[in-house]
Design a binder for this molecule. Structure first.
Ligand SMILES: Nc1ncnc2c1ncn2[C@@H]1O[C@H](COP(=O)(O)OP(=O)(O)OP(=O)(O)O)[C@@H](O)[C@H]1O
Ligand SMILES: [Mg+2]
Length: 370
């Protein structure tokens, strides 16, 4: 589906207000900008905004998805080539840098750019000059470079996948967009915006949303960030046209999303004595700090391994445990439940539908301690 999005960076959070302020300050200059943030946080929106608010806005804005262009042709795509430069180069061709002259080039997913090309980008940034592939004269362009990545470029530098000099050159102005789960104040405004544009595009009427349903969405952990919220809005409004959306509708839709995308089947959790959602959430956060096994993953990934579904089901985030084998997962689940039930073996065995004997055996096997 084609999205003709309003390219304004919407948000009521302090973080988005600050980002909008930085955009306003840097947009009129020619300084290159590095935009970082998880997938779906709005990096492309920021890049567009910088161009729109600059003096270059009547000139081209060219997006290059560095991760999607095969290594063998990326330089000819970026810098063009001379006729005969390689087999198949039947005529001289301009690259994206020439096309973007006096405008802006957006190097998306720059973390995936080959090292050999990175050095050429650094040269363009410093001198505005480059050569076409197979060419022998320098071409000078006036292009503003905006780059984005969802990778940790500092880490990529350590791993020698990214050049340190280019990294330092780019990060002079770094706009970092925090994940949506850290900007809860933005959920409602984004929800309204997505619903409005989806309804307008599809000629659907929106019947409103109950307060408890929007509160639930505000506190929901959107690992796919604004994009996941937008996809959610699309399915909910298409499935319930004209109807006031309830909390149950929301939960049903989020369930579908879980099942289809990235989560393992939920493990039923009996939490009769922990019915308050707040208590459960707090327990999860305490758990985050307490369990060493999970902590090491959190330190590495800075994300939760588990979260709680409605109905008090335990949800395991598949993307967080991708590198774990089934035994490690089993161990994590057991540690989690032991902590949750304060080492009440009976409750843990009920949860897992396994005999207490089996639980004791595993505690020993995994060397788990209180
Ligand atoms: N603050 C925002 N205001 C308005 N729309 C937003 C905002 N943040 C994200 N969006 C919308 O959410 C969707 C995802 O944003 P975008 O494509 O810019 O994310 P991204 O960070 O570039 O993701 P990726 O790393 O996967 O490329 C788009 O439809 C975009 O318009
Ligand atoms: Mg993007």
């Amino acid at each position: 589906m084609l999205y003709l999005e309003n390219m304004e960076l919407l948000g009521n959070s302090i973080q988005i207000k600050e980002i909008n302020e930085i955009i306003r300050q840097v947009a009129p200059t020619d300084i290159s900008v590095l935009i970082t943030g998880e997938s779906g946080t709005g990096k492309e929106v920021v890049a567009n905004r910088i161009h729109e608010l600059s003096m270059r806005n009547s000139r081209p804005f060219i997006t290059v998805n560095c991760g999607a262009i095969p290594e063998g042709i990326i330089e000819s795509e970026l810098f063009g080539h001379q006729k005969g430069a390689f087999t198949g180069a039947i005529e001289t061709r301009e690259g994206y840098f020439e096309m973007a002259d006096k405008g802006t080039i957006f190097l998306d997913e720059i973390g995936d750019m080959p090292l050999a090309t990175q050095v050429k980008i650094l040269r363009v940034l410093e001198t505005g000059e480059f050569m076409r592939v197979g060419g022998n004269k320098s071409i000078i362009v006036d292009v503003r470079v905006v780059a984005a990545t969802n990778k940790n470029l500092a880490e990529e530098v350590i791993q020698r996948n990214f050049r340190e000099d280019l990294y330092f050159r780019l990060k002079l102005v770094n706009i970092h967009i925090p994940p949506l789960r850290e900007r809860k104040a933005d959920v409602k405004i984004l929800f309204d915006h997505f619903i409005e544009s989806i309804c307008e595009r599809n000629g659907i009427k929106f019947g409103g949303i109950e307060d408890d349903a929007i509160n639930f969405l505000t506190n929901y952990v959107w690992y796919g960030n604004a994009r996941e919220l937008r996809n959610f809005c699309e399915s909910i409004v298409v499935l319930h046209p004209g109807k006031k959306i309830s909390l149950a509708d929301v939960k049903r839709n989020l369930h579908n999303d879980y099942d289809q995308t990235r989560q393992l089947p939920a493990v039923p959790l009996v939490t009769k004595d922990l019915t308050e959602k707040d208590l459960i959430v707090r327990a999860l956060f305490e758990l985050k700090n307490d369990i060493i096994g999970i902590k090491s993953i959190l330190l590495e990934k800075d994300k939760q391994v588990f979260s709680m579904h409605d109905d008090n089901d335990l949800v395991i985030h598949r993307d967080r445990i991708r590198n774990m084998d089934s035994e490690e997962i089993d161990k994590e689940i057991l540690s989690y439940l032991l902590k949750l039930h304060d080492w009440d073996i009976k409750k843990v065995s009920d949860n897992l539908n396994q005999s207490p004997r089996n639980i004791y055996r595993k505690i020993k096997k995994y060397n788990l301690t209180k």
